[in-house]
Design a protein around this ligand. Structure first.
Ligand code: FAD
Ligand code: FES
Length: 265
């Protein structure tokens, strides 16, 4: 499935579908090349249109995408089952700089569906724990019912320090309650100059979570964010994703915060 023409959608068979929450499903797709963690595809359903979607897991013969049902294209995707197909253009975008994180203390803060694009980073380093000095993962969800990738979260606890908080608890919830920024003071930063931070989630969550890390004296150039802008072409032609002179589809979606703080909404 080498796609030399980046505009040409490639058929990807749906192998399996997992219901993550009431509105999120993970689609396991046959795909035999390995995109980078943090990249995305333009996913289309014939006659309905296309939507940019991050890659939520990467294997040699398959990828996963975790999709929230919000409108025309995603409604169409949710009518499909195993044996049907999605059509993918890409992969597009830059991805996370995994080499830069090696031998560092990596702290990942993800809000809601922001966990989807960083899941491949967590999977990469929990499988290679010797490549990091430490791994802290902070996860925030609206309610316990919104928690994504529950099985993964349990497995990651063997190789990382995982903290999960919810804004609104349910009766059976015994974990932390509060917005994700309340978890930042709990992190033990051994050496801020040897720490790298990833923040991904809705715009307000990203803004306040980055501020919380800056309050802990993490240098802006050690903070990485991934932006979800409205996109169309995905390849720097249409201008939909342009902010000042930067194209989120080409220059991002992953940005170093020191270079991109002025890109924030
Ligand atoms: C780089 C990138 C990666 C993404 N990764 C994922 C992912 O992994 N999983 C996932 O579920 N979604 C992801 N999205 C968002 C996804 O592209 C939109 O939800 C999708 O385009 C909606 O299309 P639709 O036709 O179903 O909905 P529409 O009918 O177009 O819109 C339905 C509602 O969603 C809102 N909306 C549409 N697009 C966006 C957007 N980009 N940001 C915020 N609100 C939007 C609209 O304003 C409207 O209220 C990503 C977006 C980008 C840019
Ligand atoms: S989506 Fe068209 S230029 Fe970025």
């Amino acid at each position: 499935m080498n796609n030399n023409n980046l505009y040409r959608p490639i058929r990807a068979e749906i192998l399996e579908i997992r219901q993550e929450t009431a509105s999120d499903r993970t689609f396991v797709l046959a795909w035999n090349s390995r995109p980078l963690p943090g990249q995305f595809f333009e996913v289309s359903v014939p006659r309905l249109g296309e939507a940019p979607v991050s890659i939520s897991a990467i294997e040699d013969d398959r990828i996963e995408m975790t999709i929230r049902k919000v409108g025309r294209v995603t409604d169409g995707i949710f009518t499909l089952g195993p044996g049907d197909a999605l059509f993918l253009r890409g992969p597009y975008g830059n991805g996370f700089p995994l080499n830069r994180f090696e031998n560092k203390h990596l702290v990942i803060a993800a809000g809601g569906t922001g966990l989807a694009p960083v899941r491949p980073v967590i999977r990469h380093f929990t499988a290679r724990r010797d490549q990091l000095a430490g791994l802290d993962v902070l996860l925030g969800f609206k309610t316990p019912d919104d928690i994504l990738f529950r099985d993964d979260i349990e497995k990651w606890k063997c190789d990382a320090s995982i903290r999960v908080t919810v804004d609104k608890p349910a009766d059976a919830w015994s974990g932390a309650v509060g917005v994700i920024t309340t978890l930042v003071p709990e992190v033990d930063f051994r050496d801020i100059n040897e720490t790298e931070v990833i923040v991904v989630g809705p715009p307000l969550m990203m803004k306040f979570t980055v501020m919380a890390f800056l309050d802990r004296a993490i240098p802006p150039e050690h903070i990485w964010v991934s932006y979800e802008r409205r996109m169309s072409c995905g390849v720097g032609k249409c201008g939909h994703c342009k902010i000042h002179d930067r194209y989120v589809c080409l220059d991002g979606p992953v940005f170093n915060y020191a270079e991109a703080r002025w890109l924030q909404d």
